[in-house]
Design a protein around this ligand. Structure first.
Ligand SMILES: *Cc1c(COP(=O)(O)O)cnc(C)c1O
Length: 470
């Protein structure tokens, strides 16, 4: 399998896409063709173990970099640490409504699903004859925690995690900062998540730094993150009767990685009726669908901090596909975004977007109200991010964007105990931390506060990196 950059040029292998994260011109990698799944393959996944489906779905994307058997062992290992035997269980909340719980991994958010696998892949493929690697990670809270868990045993690399200071929940912060391993370095940046992401992207595009430190990125701009997330769309759909039953997904969205994985599943042959984007008041995507204008505004802090994002990087991958893979058109849009903070989608592009997607935003009161209402009706305690997804699912149903007899699955992206204050305020229930993480509050924290400035961050990396100098 080969990969191409969304802004043109650069065709590469899976390994190269895995380790470089971002194409040299700032574009994002996508496979040159979509592997396809037949209807009988999809229906055959019903009742299969998650690891089996994961192996089958992901393997065609990998090329020749790993054997089938080695990959089988890797996938088994990645999902062995999940506390639910189904890995991603479905919970029924209405006649045709389901919640897909993606939070049974080690850090209790859906980021574990991809991160547990990507650490195995990176460990398996020593890039550049085993040079010491430096991983960069910008996080709005959950990615960093998942990365710490996934990479804590990988001593042959340094991992630098940038989170926006004071804008992640206490549990999210402690999951990152109480780690003892010396190869993991936490930076609390005086800025927003978008600032963290911008700094990471800037460091990447600095060829000298990139070469010297052998940088890799593990944000969802990394293709390997996306591909691991395609699996649960397919496994959930199969167990609910696809392809014979119509299916739609509602996805609480920030960087557009998770829902884009749903789009990939659709392209591979899973016939999805609709993909519903749920945003909090940082509603860039809802505005794009309504107006056709992609325009970045200031980030507002909410009780669903993992979606406090105004620049949804993976949207570029979708646009690339919807323009018929017109990389020069994408390059022009991204240049406009860089220069003016906005670009405009033409009519044809808007139409193809509306063909599959719809988008709804959810303000803070609606988030609280939805958590409360779901608890009252079903007894289920959901976290604020999931509530944004549920609200969007309900709006889509009531506006007729989804047929009444279509199965509608909302992705539950975090365990409620990660956001105990909001959950208690809404439901009166204080969700206890699962036992495996209950000692978080006793551990000492370790992190460096840095100003929102690329140079300071790059100096910090310089001094802290344990890379063997040569
Ligand atoms: C990361 C995250 C999201 C948003 O996912 P994207 O892939 O960035 O759209 C939603 N909910 C939770 C809990 C998350 O951690």
């Amino acid at each position: 399998m080969h990969y191409e950059g969304s802004r043109g040029g650069c065709v590469c292998s899976f390994e190269e896409a895995l380790f470089s994260g971002l194409a040299p011109d700032g574009g994002l990698y996508v496979p040159v063709v979509w592997p396809s799944l037949t209807p009988s393959a999809i229906s055959g996944y019903a009742g299969s173990p998650y690891a089996f489906v994961a192996h089958d779905v992901i393997f065609p994307f990998l090329g020749s970099c790993i054997s089938k058997n080695e990959f089988r062992v890797m996938v088994e290992k990645a999902y062995s640490g999940f506390t639910h035997p189904a890995v991603v269980p479905l919970v029924q909340t209405g006649a045709n409504d389901f919640i897909l719980e993606l939070f049974h991994g080690p850090t209790m958010a859906f980021k574990d699903i991809a991160m547990q696998l990507i650490s195995g892949l990176m460990d398996h493929m020593p890039c550049d004859s085993g040079r010491h690697k430096t991983l960069l990670c910008a996080t709005s809270g959950d990615t960093g925690a998942a990365a710490v868990e996934a990479f804590r045993d990988c001593q042959n690399m340094d991992l630098f995690i940038l989170h926006p200071k004071g804008r992640v929940s206490e549990i999210q912060r402690r999951q990152m900062t109480t780690v003892k391993e010396g190869h993991i370095h936490n930076i609390a940046l005086e800025g927003s998540f978008d600032d963290c992401q911008r700094i990471v992207k800037t460091l990447f595009s600095d060829c000298v730094m990139r070469e010297r430190f052998c940088f890799s990125g593990i944000n969802s701009i990394n293709w390997a993150r996306i591909v691991a997330q395609v699996v649960y769309y397919i496994s959930a759909a199969a167990s609910l009767g696809a392809p014979h039953r119509k299916i739609a997904f509602s996805v609480p969205t920030g960087n557009f990685g998770d829902i884009y994985a749903g789009y990939v599943a659709h392209c591979m042959g899973l016939n999805i009726e609709r993909l519903i984007i749920g945003t909090n008041v940082n509603d860039l995507l809802t505005r794009v669908l309504r107006t056709g204008v992609y325009e970045v505004q200031d980030v507002i802090a909410t009780q669903s901090p993992s979606m406090d994002i105004q620049l949804s990087s993976n949207f570029e991958r979708l646009l690339f596909d919807l323009t018929g893979r017109d990389s020069s058109c994408i390059a022009v849009m991204m240049e406009s975004l860089k220069l003016y903070g906005r670009f405009v989608l033409d009519e044809a592009l808007c139409a193809s977007l509306h063909h599959l997607f719809c988008s709804y935003s959810c303000n803070e009161e609606e988030t609280v109200w939805t958590m409360k209402d779901v608890f009252r009706r079903t007894g289920l305690v959901i976290d604020p991010h999931t509530a944004v997804g549920v609200k969007a699912a309900r709006s889509a149903r009531s506006e007729g964007a989804v047929d009444v007899d279509t199965v509608l699955v909302t992705l539950a992206t975090a365990h409620p105990s990660k956001f105990p204050k909001s959950v208690r305020a809404a439901t009166g229930i204080f969700p206890d931390l699962p036992e495996r993480v209950s000692d978080l509050y006793a551990e000492e924290e370790r992190y460096e506060v840095l100003p929102n400035d690329v140079r300071t961050v790059s100096c910090f990396i310089e001094t802290q990196s344990r890379r063997i100098r040569y």
